[in-house]
Design a protein around this ligand. Structure first.
Ligand code: ZN
Length: 153
């Protein structure tokens, strides 16, 4: 569970799950895929782990996030992933950010920003970026929650 107070979040847990996401990214690299790995966690249970498979599946939508979201929904037998946290090694692209919104995943933790294709962080907000960035490089965003509060329910 994610505490509403961001300052009290146990970074150890995030680090542990991000390590597993990184392992997925390594698996992608070993398969000559762009190395992106994703983990979806509910409580402290991992319900999905996936990596980018665009080349293998000949599918432009086979990003790690898309595959993991499908797995997680299957695991829960519910498309609403409202109590889940998604860990991804790279900032999600617009397609995946859309899918994360559709799945109602409230919290996303990502390891690196993607200046080229990232859809989460706005480039203007460089000051905030520094603040949000944890010392271990993990970035926790409530972007999706905020988006929904703005009426995108
Ligand atoms: Zn994507």
């Amino acid at each position: 569970m994610i505490s509403p107070d961001q300052s009290s979040i146990g970074e150890g847990i995030h680090e542990r799950f991000m390590q597993l996401a990184l392992r997925q990214a390594e698996a992608a690299m070993a398969e000559d895929e762009v190395p992106v790995g994703v983990l979806i966690v509910r409580g402290d249970r991992v319900i999905a782990a996936a990596h980018n498979q665009r080349e293998q599946l000949h599918d432009p939508t086979a990003h790690a996030e898309m595959i993991a979201i499908t797995q997680a929904a299957e695991a829960l037998q519910d498309w609403r992933l409202e109590e889940c946290t998604l860990y991804v090694t790279l900032e999600p692209c617009p397609m995946c950010a859309g899918a994360i919104l559709q799945a109602r995943i409230p919290t996303v933790v990502y390891g690196a920003t993607d200046a080229k294709a990232g859809a989460v962080k706005k480039k203007k907000k460089k000051k905030k970026k520094k603040k949000k960035k944890k010392k271990n490089g993990l970035i926790l965003t409530e972007f999706f929650q905020r988006q929904r509060r703005l009426g995108k329910k």
